[in-house]
Structures are given as structure tokens and as C-alpha cells.
Design a binder for this molecule. Structure first.
Ligand code: PMP
Length: 759
């Protein structure tokens, strides 16, 4: 491969002067200029200044011929652009030959000298960079109709050949840098290079570097020209602004702004297509990586890692921002809808308006691992919101268990299958012995739905006690028994009684014991009212995390007393453990356990399948029997072997990875650290284990607007979190159970910083 180290020919000044006279008839003053591959002389003749460029005997004559032909073409198509102009020899040739001492022919050409300072020596003002972008676009337009058979030289700088530079990776001594370069090359091979063939291509300059672009010495905001046509190549057009943009990032204060300014300037003259825009950031990254590897590989001289520090810094900036998000910024600046916006628009067309989305700008997630999720741009976020991926996003053990079972058979529960029985045995073993009868479903809502029907069947009564503000699911039955979405009085079914959610912070006396008493009194009232109306008391259902209420703490002794009163009235206690169960609370596997009560039915969902639809209602024997006597029951999907295999794997992960204990330790620390934050907006820290709530209050009022803004800021800092509670002013921290200490620290830092920035 060529294009690397090719020393200029060694010729004495006398030889050069003789040649200049014989070939061009010129007798000027000679001054040697620097040159990578050519021996360059400034020739001064009165007012006229020329550059005599003599290449070595090994240079590619075809490409030199291309260069002078292209310059001749540009003389006609772009006479207004400040570019070198070729002067023909006395023999009328644009490319002459000088014979060196060893008798070898050295190709030579004479071009006009362009005065000016290299752009690298002046500040990178937006106008200058966008002017350069526009200049390059004009140049490329002027070259559009030009063709030459030597337009595909074998140059190291050909990005399409970048994979050839891989051997140089070994010479990067810093593993982080190696990783950075490997990442770019991998992406290039997988996603970038295969697309280049679809883009419009032509001969382009390909070398608008900090040295080759000249600005007016007296007025550095004005472009004075572009030199060095030695890297010209037939390439995708978009490579021109991408490479120039990458070069202008070097040593810049705001490298990404430089890239953007240049590309926008180019686009103003020559409209780039969307697929071209989508390539810009990746090609810039590839150029920076290629240059680094060319230097590391020793192609430009002895290995010098510091020589590429500017390239690596620029590349790091680009990679940290994420090429996809740089692309999104470019598209936004060019008013092109981002892929995310397009997806959102498509989604809106085909989904009911009931579909909400988090964040002002919807977040498009494509991958998850542990407590991390990744967006389309490859940016990672710590997931402090999602409890469904209980043992971590896409846990390989769960995925594999499910896949293995799916490959064999997936069938309904009217046949015998191993995993359903094994799962029911494992699940009931985690519960008090009275809770022995499982009913399998696909969602928490269905489990709660069935639990109510069990209560109705077992008690013969209809009356339902549910906490004010609670959410229990989406079926018709449980939606009617989820006060959070109902207008009291209007929507409430006649058999529903709302009971007070104990919320000391909102009580005038703020006294938890007194609040517990008031909450219990509301149960007494509800029972009396139901009995009076003839509905009787079928049951009490409580989400033991009091999640939807704003992650409230269960007051000490409240639950045992509440259950006692309901039982005394003939009702059942249904523990909705969809949120709080499965070790999340840390102290116990089930949240009801430390409260000293044994429910009649426990419902669970979400976490137990780690995202695979699996939900169970586990009941006492008599309750399950009453239900079975009264209702026909079959769930096509509930308890199928694939879902149960996933459920078994989740249990394995929980046990083997000690996740309940982890939630206990990490949750305790997180809570303590949250409590230690002394921000005026923080009114209360609640919850336990890895289900925590932080209530924000400003000037005595729910700080709902601030909570919303905080969620957005935390997203910007790479943390996904949500709001909860009747006013949406409670920040809910409810991550996958595999959240690490480091990640917890980062959540805290982001929370703290975001709160401060709101103030
Ligand atoms: N119960 C509680 C306490 C819940 O939080 C939810 C869901 N957020 C459900 C039941 C319903 O579960 P699913 O969405 O799986 O139907």
C-alpha cells in the first residue's frame, strides 16, 4: 500500500535551477519549502510566485497526471476559487520530467503559489468553518464532471481500506485507546463501509487539513485557498465534509461544534442526503481512528504515540457524545426528523392515544444488560425505574431457559408439563404453608382480577376495601377497584369503599401513630357502610409497597390491625405483592412477612418473569376450592412451560446471586444517603430495600413541576427514574435488583446535581 512514507527526491538547488530554466524557461529566485512527498521550491520572479513540485521517482505518475488534469479542469469550472493553477512547460506539458543523478525520472509540475496562513493557526470561528464547508462543496461541484482513470489510487487514507490498519492496534500501549480504536473499526466494518457503495461518489479533494486550508494572513476570517491535491480520490462525496470536519476537530475547543459548522456550511451549498448525513459522524470517527493507526503503525515515520494525541482526544469526544447523537444533532440542525422522531410518528399512527411515553423527547431503547439500558445511539443509562427486569435486563440465564423450553414445547396447562409443577413447588415453598394453591396468569392485573373473584366466591359477599390512590391493574374488574384512575363517587362501583392511605406527611399533626389510627378508623367506617348496604365484606386488597400512593411507609402495627378488622367482618386479605414482593423490600422475601399477617391470597407478577408474562395468585386451600367450585377457569397462556421456565430461572438467579440480601444492604445505604442530602426540596425519604420514594415539596406545595424537570435532567445525566404519588411529586427509585454500588452512587450523584441545578 502506498501513500505512506515517500521521501522527496534529493536534488541539489543547482539541478533544480537548471531544470526550471530548460523546462519552463524561468530563472527565478529559489527557496526550498517543506513537503511530505514532493521536493517543493518557491520560485519568485518579480511579482510572480510559483511552486515547483518535484516528486520522487517512485511516485505514482498516473495520480500526478490526475492532479494536474483536475487542476486544469477546475480552472474552467471554478475560476473564482482560490486554487493553485498549473503552468505548462515550454514543451506544453503540465507534467514534466526531471532526470535525477541515478538517471531516474522524477515527475515535476509548476503551480501558482497561494499566499496565506494555515487555518490551524487561527481561531475556529463558526463563520470561517461554515465558509470552508461551502468552499469544499463548491470545489466538489466543480469536480463533479471530472473523470480520470487513476482516481482510485491505493492510498492508506482510503477509509474504505481502514480494516487493513488493524495490525497497528497492537502498537497502542493504552488498552483504553486500543478499545476506542477497535470500537470504531468494528462499527465501520459492520455498519459503515457496507453502506458506502450506495452513496453518490466522485473525485474529491480529501485532504482539507489544518495545514492545507489557507486563510488570509491579514484577515484570518477569510479563506485564501486550498493546496495539496495529492490525496484526491474517487470516493463518496460525503467523505469530503466528514474528513474536513474531523481534521478541524483537532485541538479545537469545541470539536463537535467544528464538525457541525463545517457540515452545515457544506450542506448550504451542496444539499446532503439523509443517508449521507447519517454517515458523517461515523466517517469522521473513522478518519480520526485511521490517522491514529497510520501513525501508530509507523507508516509516517518512527512510532510516536504523542503525535496522535489530538486525534485521540477528538475521537474520545466524538465517542463520548455518541456518533448517533451527533448525527441526531446534525439532523436537528438541518431540520431532518431523527429516526426516533420518525418512529414516534409511526407509533402514534398505529397505537391508541392512551399510549403515553416518558420524557419530552421519547427515549428509544434497543438493548439492556443488568441495570443498564442502551438507546439507539449506543448511549447507556442506569435504569433506576424498571422493576420488571428484576434480576437484570435480558439476563442470559432467563433468556436461555426460556429459549431452551420454547425450542421443545410450549403448551397449555391442560396437559402435564414439568416446569409448571416445579415452579409452583418452588414458589409455594417461599410462602407460609397455608398459601399452597397456585393459579397461573399472564399479568398482575389478571392475578388481582382472579383474587377478587376468589374473595367473592369464598365469602359470598361483594364489598371491596381498597386504598385511596391505589393501582391494581387494567382489567375491567381491577380497573374499577383502582381508585387512582377513578373519579370518586362517579366511577366507583357500589361495592367499592375507599380507605385512607396512611400519609403522615400530609396530615396536620404529621403523627404516624395518629395517622394509622385514622386509617384504621376509615376501615371501620367502610366495613360498617358495606354491611349497612347489604354488600357485606369480601376483602381488603393492599399493594404492600403503597407504591402508587407515593411509596408510603406502612405504619407500624397498621396492617395486622387492618387485617384483623376485615377478617372479623368476614372478609379476606389479599396481598398485592406485584411491586413489593420477591425480595425487593430486602428484609424479607414477601413484604407481608414482617407485618405478622398471613394473607388469604397473594398476587404477584411483573418481576417474577423478569419481563416474560408470568403472574400468579396463590391462595389458601379453602379459598382456591371456593373459587374452583364457583367459576370456570382456564388461561390459555397462564402457566405455560416457557413462562414457568423463565420463572424458575429468575428464582435461581435470586438465590444464587443473593439479590434479596443485596437489596437489603444497598437499599439501606441508598436510603441513608438520600436522607443525608440536605436540599430544601426534599421533604421526606420513604420506602425500603430497592423501592424508595423521595417526596419533593416547595413552599408547602407539591413540587410536581420540579419533579418532572428532575426526571428530565437525570435522563440527560444518564439515569432513568420516574415520578409517583397523587401529585407526581415523589421521585421513585425502583431499579432492577442487580443495581451495583457504583451505579447507586451515580444515581445519587445525578440526583443531587439535578436537584441543585433546579434550585
Ligand atoms: N398491582 C400493582 C401494585 C401494580 O403496580 C401493577 C402494575 N403497575 C399491577 C398490579 C398490574 O400489573 P400488570 O401491569 O402486570 O397487569
Amino acid at each position: 500500500m502506498t501513500g505512506g512514507l515517500a521521501a522527496p527526491p534529493a536534488l541539489s538547488e543547482a539541478v533544480v535551477a537548471t531544470f526550471l530554466k530548460s523546462a519552463y524557461g524561468l530563472e527565478g529566485e529559489l527557496l526550498t519549502l517543506s513537503g511530505e512527498r514532493d521536493l517543493n521550491h518557491l520560485v519568485t520572479l518579480g511579482d510572480e510566485r510559483w511552486v515547483l513540485k518535484i516528486a520522487g521517482p517512485d511516485e505514482d505518475h498516473g495520480h500526478l497526471n490526475l492532479q494536474v488534469s483536475a487542476l486544469r479542469h477546475l480552472e474552467k469550472t471554478a475560476p473564482e476559487l482560490p486554487l493553485p493553477r498549473v503552468r505548462a512547460s515550454l514543451a506544453g506539458k503540465d507534467l514534466e520530467v526531471l532526470i535525477d543523478a541515478e538517471g531516474r525520472p522524477c515527475p515535476a509540475r509548476l503551480v501558482t503559489y497561494l499566499p496565506g496562513r494555515p487555518i490551524g493557526a487561527v481561531p475556529r470561528a463558526t463563520a470561517l468553518l461554515s465558509g470552508l464547508g461551502g468552499f469544499l462543496a463548491q470545489l466538489d461541484r466543480a469536480l463533479a464532471g471530472f473523470f480520470h482513470p487513476a482516481a482510485r489510487p491505493d492510498l492508506l487514507w482510503d477509509v474504505a481500506q481502514a480494516p487493513r490498519l488493524r495490525p497497528a492496534l497492537e502498537r497502542a500501549s493504552d488498552p483504553d485507546i486500543r478499545g476506542l480504536l477497535i470500537g470504531v473499526l468494528d462499527r465501520a466494518e459492520a455498519h459503515v463501509l457496507p453502506k458506502l457503495g450506495h452513496l453518490r461518489a466522485q473525485l474529491i479533494h480529501m485532504d482539507a487539513t489544518l495545514d492545507n486550508v489557507l486563510v488570509d494572513a491579514a484577515a484570518p476570517e477569510r479563506l485564501a485557498g486550498l493546496i495539496d491535491f495529492g490525496d484526491m480520490m474517487h470516493q463518496p462525496l460525503v467523505l469530503e465534509p466528514a474528513l474536513a470536519g474531523a481534521e478541524l476537530m483537532l485541538g479545537a475547543e469545541d470539536p463537535l461544534a467544528c464538525l457541525r459548522d463545517l457540515v452545515l456550511g457544506y450542506d448550504q451549498v451542496e444539499r446532503l442526503t439523509e443517508p449521507e448525513i447519517e454517515m458523517v459522524a461515523e466517517l469522521a470517527a473513522l478518519r480520526l481512528a485511521s490517522t491514529s493507526l497510520i501513525v501508530l503503525g509507523g507508516h509516517l515515520g518512527p512510532l510516536d504515540e504523542t503525535a496522535v494525541s489530538r486525534e485521540l482526544t477528538a475521537l474520545e469526544t466524538l465517542e463520548r457524545a455518541g456518533t448517533a447523537s451527533v448525527t441526531a444533532d446534525l439532523k436537528a440542525a438541518l431540520h431532518l426528523p431523527s429516526a426516533q422522531t420518525k418512529l414516534f410518528q409511526r407509533r402514534r399512527k398505529v397505537t391508541a392515544p392512551a399510549y403515553e411515553h416518558f420524557y419530552r423527547e421519547p427515549l428509544h431503547l434497543v438493548r439492556g444488560k443488568g441495570a443498564l439500558v442502551f438507546d439507539r445511539a449506543g448511549r447507556s443509562y442506569i435504569d433506576a425505574y424498571n422493576n420488571v427486569p428484576h434480576v437484570g435486563h435480558s439476563h442470559p440465564r432467563v433468556v436461555n431457559a426460556m429459549l431452551r423450553q420454547a425450542e421443545r414445547i410450549n403448551i397449555n396447562t391442560r396437559y402435564l408439563t414439568d416446569s409448571m409443577v416445579a415452579y409452583a413447588e418452588r414458589l409455594t415453598a417461599s410462602l407460609p404453608p397455608e398459601l399452597s394453591q397456585c393459579l397461573f396468569l399472564s399479568s398482575g392485573s389478571e392475578a388481582n382480577d382472579v383474587a377478587w373473584r376468589m374473595a367473592w366466591a369464598a365469602t359470598g359477599a361483594k364489598g371491596a376495601l381498597v386504598m385511596e390512590g391505589a393501582y391494581h391493574g387494567v382489567t375491567d374488574l381491577v380497573a374499577r377497584l383502582s381508585p387512582c384512575g377513578l373519579v370518586q363517587g362517579e366511577d366507583d362501583p357500589p361495592y367499592l369503599r375507599r380507605i385512607l392511605a396512611p400519609y403522615p406527611l400530609r396530615a396536620a399533626d404529621r403523627d404516624p401513630a395518629a395517622e394509622a389510627e385514622r386509617a384504621l378508623a376509615s376501615i371501620d367506617q367502610a366495613i360498617a357502610s358495606l354491611q349497612e348496604s347489604g354488600q357485606g365484606v369480601a376483602g381488603l386488597m393492599i399493594d404492600l409497597g403503597l407504591t402508587n400512593n407515593g411509596v408510603l411507609d406502612l405504619p407500624q402495627g397498621y396492617l395486622v390491625e387492618a387485617v384483623r378488622r376485615v377478617k372479623a367482618a368476614g372478609g379476606l386479605f389479599i396481598a398485592d405483592e406485584v411491586q413489593a414482593g420477591f425480595g425487593r423490600s430486602g428484609d424479607s422475601f414477601w413484604r407481608f412477612q414482617p407485618e405478622g399477617v398471613t394473607p388469604d391470597v397473594v398476587t404477584m407478577g411483573k418481576a417474577i418473569g423478569n419481563g416474560i408474562p408470568l403472574a400468579v395468585a396463590v391462595a389458601r386451600d379453602a379459598v382456591a376450592r371456593a373459587f374452583s367450585d364457583k367459576f370456570y377457569f382456564f388461561s390459555s397462556m397462564g402457566g405455560n412451560p416457557v413462562c414457568c421456565a423463565a420463572g424458575l430461572a429468575v428464582l435461581d438467579c435470586l438465590e444464587e446471586e443473593g439479590l434479596q440480601q443485596h437489596a437489603q444492604r444497598l437499599g439501606t445505604r441508598l436510603r441513608a444517603e438520600l436522607l443525608s442530602l440536605t436540599h430544601p426540596l426534599i421533604a421526606e425519604v420513604r420506602g425500603q430495600g430497592l423501592l424508595l420514594g423521595v417526596e419533593l415539596i416547595k413552599d408547602g406545595r407539591s413540587a410536581s413541576v420540579e419533579a418532572k424537570a428532575l426526571v428530565e435532567r437525570m435522563r440527560e445525566k444518564g439515569v432513568l427514574i420516574g415520578t409517583e404519588g397523587p401529585d407526581g411529586n415523589v421521585i421513585k427509585i425502583r431499579p432492577p435488583m442487580v443495581l451495583s454500588s457504583d451505579q447507586a452512587e451515580r444515581i445519587l450523584d445525578a440526583f443531587d446535581e439535578s436537584l441543585r441545578s433546579l434550585a
